[in-house]
Design a protein around this ligand. Sequence first.
Ligand SMILES: *[C@@H]1O[C@H](CO)[C@@H](O)[C@H](O)[C@H]1NC(C)=O
Length: 205
Amino acid sequence: MADLMIIMVLLSVLISYCESVGNAASFTVWPIGSYINGPGIIASFSTREIDECLLHCVANSNCVATNVDTTNDMCELLSAIDCNNQGSQNGDWRVLHKEGEYACVVYEYKGCYLDDPTTRDFDQMAYQGDPANTPNKCANTCADSGYSYMGLQDMDECWCGNSYGLNGAAALDSHCWRNCTGDPAYKCGSAFKNSVYQLVDYRTP
Ligand SMILES: *[C@@H]1O[C@H](CO)[C@@H](O)[C@H](O)[C@H]1NC(C)=O
């Protein structure tokens, strides 16, 4: 009878393990981007293993995504994703998100690049003079038209294209020094200089 109990317990452990692995299959690692700032870090664990961090997330019904630092042993569980709040942190971070639980265009900074009024680096100017310019707004605008790169220029301009670098890189990253009109936490280029980002569109298909 005791043996049967042990077998039953082992079986239920095995079943819940299989269920969590099954659920883990519905998570995706962002191909670019590195970190999503809050809102709502609900727990953190000391591990650099993506699989282990994911099992913590799957076990927590409030968890919709994780940040994992694959070099410095940090796993954060998130209860929400704020598309406006994609950023960088020291470390080698990965974001895993639950399918269907959010709708961001993911963006990753590529550098500060030169523009030229006669040889524009990007195909299309999406908007200019926008008092609410942010990386997220420009990323969504460019992704709406199917572009895979954006350039944020001179505080309030958004440019879209499928390549960048025609006029070379700025000598220093700090040459893209102007704050974005819509969020001073981000830089939006300067005169004829673009803060360039790569985009991947994860919004609902
Ligand atoms: C730019 O933003 C930073 C904060 O990120 C702030 O300290 C600085 O004063 C801002 N610069 C201007 C010119 O508004």
